[in-house]
Design a protein. Structure first.
Lengths: 64, 315
């Protein structure tokens, strides 16, 4: 966990990609879940943020 | 040989053209070759995408070309993302995605595991299993429609042969409860071989010496399966899941042929709903916003897919 947080602080690609992937997966889940309508409403913005974040962080430096 | 061919090609070039080309740098020649592809990419992919984004902020209707479209901001997105009918379509898509992927992974992995044992005739059975994947989805949709016929269809006959009762007592495509399962069955039948092939590639990439070392350490077959086979095939499985997930999210042809989205809208997946909004109701601006929402979702999934692919390559 500490390695992950350190990676985030040092703007390393690996942990940021993991974070972006989690946000995308959350957005897709919110889009298709049958439980709450507000989840569906905010799914698009969540997926969009995750996807844009993924594009940006994939240009960060590799893990050492 | 190559030299003489190059000379022949140089001689065959008309002097006027040769003179012109001689003035270009290598970089310029590379751009000349790449330019048609870039132009096509811009014309076919990038321009329509940008135009769709622009249309998604308007109330444009493609069947009323003489009416000036109005800029309505994010209203289309707001309408879509608060519409409970579209939410239901998303749930139908989720049901289809979840069950097709689960069944395809379980059956595909089991089949790959069996085929990997190299029994007599395994190559023949691999070919037989892979056949459905090679058919056109439209053809598959049409012939499964016949198989699902309650009176003459083979599917009802086989089910009632085991369960008893009348073959015409249930209708797979006409029943609200069974229709979502009917499309799951057909997609699983068609695409399980694809997952099987990916799993087979994963199983064949595991070196024998790892199992031999485990045997020396007296690891049981079950232990070997859970500590060697599953972890080493997992990246391949993930790849199959993501690939099938993206493909099934866009599923259109097979379901249109089978059920046309019915009965009611129980099998109306998002792509079918989108087509209705765009080309039956002609709400082009609204459909553009809908398409952008689906595009961002698929693009997000594709990003994860590329990451998983790179992980497999690293191995």
């Amino acid at each position: 966990m500490m390695t992950f947080l350190n990676g985030l602080l040092r703007l390393r690609r690996g942990p940021w990609e993991v974070l972006a992937t989690i946000i995308i997966a959350l957005g897709v889940f919110m889009l298709m879940q049958p439980f709450v309508l507000w989840g569906f409403t905010y799914s698009f913005i969540t997926t969009l943020v995750g996807t844009v974040m993924f594009i940006i962080v994939s240009h960060f430096g590799e893990d050492e | 040989m190559t030299d003489s061919l190059a000379n022949q090609a140089a001689q065959a070039t008309p002097p006027r053209v040769a003179r012109k080309i001689r003035g270009f740098s290598d970089r310029a020649i590379a751009w000349i070759f790449v330019a048609p592809t870039i132009f096509l990419l811009l014309a076919i992919n990038i321009f329509p995408l940008i135009w769709t984004i622009q249309l998604s902020f308007t109330n444009f209707k493609a069947n009323r070309l003489n009416r000036e479209p109005e800029f309505i901001g994010l209203r289309n997105y707001e309408r879509i993302l608060t519409d409970s009918d579209i939410w239901l379509n998303m749930q139908a898509t989720a049901h289809f995605l979840f069950w097709t992927i689960t069944l395809q992974v379980l059956i595909g992995f089991a089949l790959a595991w069996l085929i990997h044992r190299n029994f007599k005739g395994s190559n023949f059975w691999t070919t037989v299993i892979v056949l459905p994947m090679m058919l056109s989805p439209a053809v598959v949709g049409n012939f499964w429609k016949f198989l699902y016929q309650p009176q003459i269809g083979l599917f009802n006959y086989i089910v009632t042969f085991f369960t008893g009762g009348e073959a015409s007592s249930f209708e797979m495509l006409g029943s609200v409860n069974l229709a979502p399962w009917s499309i799951v069955i057909v997609d699983t039948w068609m695409w399980t071989p694809f997952v099987m092939l990916i799993c087979l590639a994963g199983l064949r990439s595991i070196p024998d010496y790892i199992y031999e070392a485990a045997e020396v350490d007296r690891a049981s077959k079950l232990r070997q399966f859970f500590t060697i086979t599953i972890p080493m095939v997992l990246p391949f499985l993930m790849l199959a899941v993501l690939f099938r997930g993206i493909e099934n999210f866009k599923m259109f042809d097979l379901v249109v042929q089978l059920t046309g989205g019915g009965p009611g809208s129980t099998t109306e997946l998002t792509s079918i709903n989108l087509k209705r909004e765009a080309f039956e109701k002609w709400r082009t601006g609204y459909a553009s916003a809908y398409a952008i929402i689906l595009f961002v979702t698929v693009f997000g999934l594709a990003s994860i897919y590329v990451k998983a692919l790179n992980k497999v390559k690293e191995r």
